[in-house]
Write a protein that binds this ligand. Structure first.
Ligand SMILES: Nc1nc2c(c(=O)[nH]1)N[C@@H](CN(C=O)c1ccc(C(=O)N[C@@H](CCC(=O)O)C(=O)O)cc1)CN2
Length: 283
């Protein structure tokens, strides 16, 4: 029997309704949650993502600004703009879309965002807080993955979880969230030997490799829950994940599709983090 499909669009819609209701209440109390989205350059995928983020804010009644800067914007100018937004009372969340052009040091830029406005959860203070189990903001993609696991009532405590990919924005925070939920976690990376030996052990398999359809049915334990973070565009223009969905769905008990899986949840968790940032200002 094919796996349960964890529908990210449907879950995102449900959570966005809850966010809209809470946003209306907070706005009535005099605090309208506000997000600033900064894009540097013209990366086509990034342009779509930032548009979707701002549209999502409008849909739930949040205030948002989208700033598009030219690719040759200096790092100094970007840091200065972030500093202004750090002091802007109408802005509760600041997001700099990644990747940035090569001449800009992403680390320096992320560190310039006030931690209490870092709704991406990438600042070293927020990464550290997450590490010790006291997160201020959970990074949006891993947070969305956790919500998807919760949505199917999967018993994470005691489960064996394998995360493939050790990036600061997905793999590492994902592993921390799973660990804090009581899973036994392995993080694999591009140098891991005998990857299948690890993936075959996973009750929960989270894949963020950036390699289209890399995870095949023979690499997955029967009945596993498979969360696919990858978004790859194939030569025919279609999107696919890092998991070979069409074959793995016959081995897994639940699986996320691409598109319509983790992606929509990423933006929804951004809204949730922005709401929480504004609520903290009110409290
Ligand atoms: N500052 C940040 N930069 C980036 C992040 C991030 O969380 N913060 N993550 C990714 C890109 N990303 C959000 O910014 C993102 C990627 C994909 C989707 C999404 O909804 N994908 C759809 C498909 C969309 C399409 O047709 O292309 C899906 O999977 O259904 C949302 C957000 C890198 N940068």
């Amino acid at each position: 029997m094919p796996a349960q499909i964890i529908d990210g669009n449907a879950l995102a819609k449900k959570i966005r309704l809850e966010i809209a209701a809470k946003t209306a209440i907070l706005t009535a109390k005099g605090v309208k949650p506000g997000l600033a989205v900064l894009l540097v350059g013209e990366d086509p995928a990034s342009q779509v993502y930032v548009r979707n983020k701002v549209k999502a804010c409008e849909d739930v009644g949040m205030y948002s600004i989208l700033e598009r800067h030219p690719a040759d914007l200096s790092e100094k100018a970007l840091l200065a703009r972030i500093n202004e937004l750090n002091h802007d009372k109408n802005i509760h969340g600041i997001l700099v879309q990644l990747p940035l052009p090569k001449h800009i040091d992403s680390h320096r830029v992320i560190e310039a965002i006030a931690p209490e406005k870092d709704v991406d959860g990438f600042h070293v203070a927020n990464a550290g807080a997450l590490m010790i189990g006291a997160p201020l903001f959970r990074p949006c993609t891993p947070y969305g993955c956790m919500k998807m696991l919760e949505s199917i009532d999967y018993p994470i405590r005691g489960a064996r979880a394998v995360v493939i990919g050790a990036s600061n924005i997905v793999g590492k925070p994902m592993a921390m969230l799973l660990l804090q939920a009581g899973a036994t976690v392995t993080i694999c990376n591009s140098k891991t030997k005998d990857l299948t030996a690890h993936t075959k052990e996973a009750d929960i398999l989270v894949v963020a490799t950036g390699k289209p359809k890399m995870i095949t049915a023979s690499m997955v334990k029967s009945g596993a829950v498979v969360i696919d973070v990858g978004i790859n565009r194939l030569p025919d223009g279609k999107l696919c994940g890092d998991v070979d969905f069409d074959e793995v769905k016959y081995v897994a008990s639940a699986i996320t599709p691409v598109p319509g899986g983790v992606g929509p949840m990423t933006i929804t968790m951004l809204l949730l983090n922005t709401l929480e940032a504004a609520e903290r200002v009110k409290a």
